[in-house]
Design a binder for this molecule. Structure first.
Ligand code: 4AD
Ligand code: MG
Length: 443
């Protein structure tokens, strides 16, 4: 019977067939230990010379890494058997070669990252990458089901857009039949139109930023889920985000112990990710950073932490603020000048805006950014003029403030940063199947 390795425990004592690729082979002379991957897991399959026709044993003995095979054999429990899930092995009764692989570029040894990224089309087969991308799929699934179950409607937003959504400095411009167009930086502005029809919506797709930064947190193409809600305040937003993010983290802990083990992820800090999270104002965060900088003797650290009111946070600031807490922390009311044009000013204090970023623990920094949106037509028009974007491109967006405008809020959660955090990865490049970075468009 054809089975999936992930189900192997159900077939103890039975003869089964697996189809997959040779992950590794250990040659013990009369015994050949074949680790076979089938996509759902990895199983140890044992070929014993005495029990097989010579031509079949010969295949087992000469199989190269990543050769494709069809294996038949009897499942037996053996605690020591390696694999995922492991604990069972297959005593081979038949072995069919589909294709003998040529010399495989990725060997079970340490390769440089650039080499692995050049071979990403093959690297995705390695168990670490397999574990990461499976966790990514679950995160996507939880994002969708949580939102669907809580009354949010998925409404898709366009990728080709006539104007900037966030800022004018990170746009990918393309030629749209002689007219400039841009790859979407965000679906938010369209979400704001869609709440007028559906109340609570989200979009979830690829977004693009031509950011000339080479940090471990930046991609040119990344996936973002953006919920947007009518009649919602900043406080409502934080309440919802902490439930949502906790559900994502807990779903991975529930479903992916094996993958987290493969990644050697210490899950202690993840277990505590449950609502409520901490909340501090930007003002307070700046004070605490200044205090931290004053207390340190290390001049380099002092320089890194230096900040004056009005500055946006850099990665060292985000990490330092997050490390003051044992759970994720919301930082709210950032300086208006440091944020996007559409954010609602704080009542009586227009230099600050009703924005909130969620900072993840363990140095992962900002994983969500959101705000209340300006809902007054005149104020929004004034902000558009101030930053010098063409008002004619935003006529439809201003319309939304004329026909039943309501206080509303939303945020974007970066999928890849979330995957990096939950998997405990040092760099965002492994969180997406084919990363698009400053120096990389291949494969
Ligand atoms: O803070 P950002 O730029 O917010 C927006 O785009 C809003 N329009 C979202 C909204 O309110 N609907 O981006 C949101 C999140 C960040 O917190 C981060 O997690 C991720 O998107 N992000 C990136 N991830 C990878 N690479 C990049 N270059 C990213 N830029 C933002
Ligand atoms: Mg942001």
């Amino acid at each position: 019977m054809l089975i999936q390795v992930s189900d192997i425990a159900r077939y103890e004592g039975q003869e089964v067939t697996l189809r997959g690729w040779l992950y590794n082979r250990t040659d013990k002379g009369r015994l050949q230990f074949l680790l076979v991957r089938d996509g759902s897991g990895v199983a140890q399959c044992v070929a014993f010379k005495k029990e097989l026709p010579p031509e079949v044993f010969e295949i087992a003995q000469t199989l190269t890494q990543e050769s494709s095979v069809i294996v038949t054999g009897v499942v037996r429990a053996d605690e020591r058997a390696p694999g995922y899930p492991g604990g069972f092995e297959v005593g081979i009764t038949g072995l069919e070669l589909v294709q003998m692989a040529g010399e495989y570029p990725i060997q079970p040894k340490d390769h440089g990252v650039e080499f692995l990224m050049d071979n990403r089309h093959l690297w995705v087969r390695s168990s670490r990458q397999w574990a990461i991308l499976r966790i990514r799929a679950t995160i996507i699934h939880t994002i969708r089901t949580w939102l669907d179950d809580h009354g949010y409607l998925l409404v898709d937003t366009p990728i080709l857009t006539p104007a900037a959504g966030e800022n004018t400095t990170t746009l990918f411009e393309i030629d749209y039949f002689g007219q400039p167009a841009y790859l979407a930086q965000t679906g938010q502005l369209y979400n704001e139109a869609n709440i007028g029809s559906f109340g609570k919506v989200y979009c979830f797709g690829p977004t693009f930023r031509a950011e000339k930064s080479k940090t471990r947190r930046h991609l040119m193409e990344f996936w973002m889920v953006e919920p947007e809600m009518a009649f919602f305040s900043l406080e409502d937003l934080m309440d919802m985000e902490e439930q949502f993010v906790s559900a994502i983290v807990q779903s991975v802990l529930e479903k992916h112990r094996m993958e987290l083990d493969i990644l050697e992820r210490d899950t202690t800090r993840l277990e505590t990710v449950t609502a409520p999270f901490y909340r501090i104002s930007y003002d307070e965060a700046v004070e605490r950073l200044q205090q931290l900088a004053a207390e340190t003797d290390d001049p380099e650290r002092k320089a890194e932490l230096a900040i004056t009111w009005g500055d946006d946070f850099g990665a060292p600031h985000e990490t330092a603020v997050a490390e003051m807490f044992d759970k994720p922390v919301f930082v709210y009311h950032y300086p208006t000048a440091a944020k996007a044009f559409y954010m609602q000013p704080v009542e009586g204090r227009p230099e600050s805006c009703r924005s909130v970023d969620l900072l993840a623990p363990e140095g992962y920094g900002e994983i969500t950014g959101g705000s209340e949106r300006i809902y007054d037509a005149d104020l929004l028009k004034q902000r558009i003029d101030e930053i010098g974007i063409s008002p004619e491109n935003y006529a439809w967006y201003l319309d939304l403030r004329k026909y039943g405008s309501v206080p509303h809020a939303g945020f974007g959660l970066g999928l890849e940063r979330t995957v990096a955090w939950i998997c405990g990865l040092p760099h965002i490049r492994e969180t997406v199947p084919y990363a698009r970075m400053l120096n990389r468009l291949y494969p």
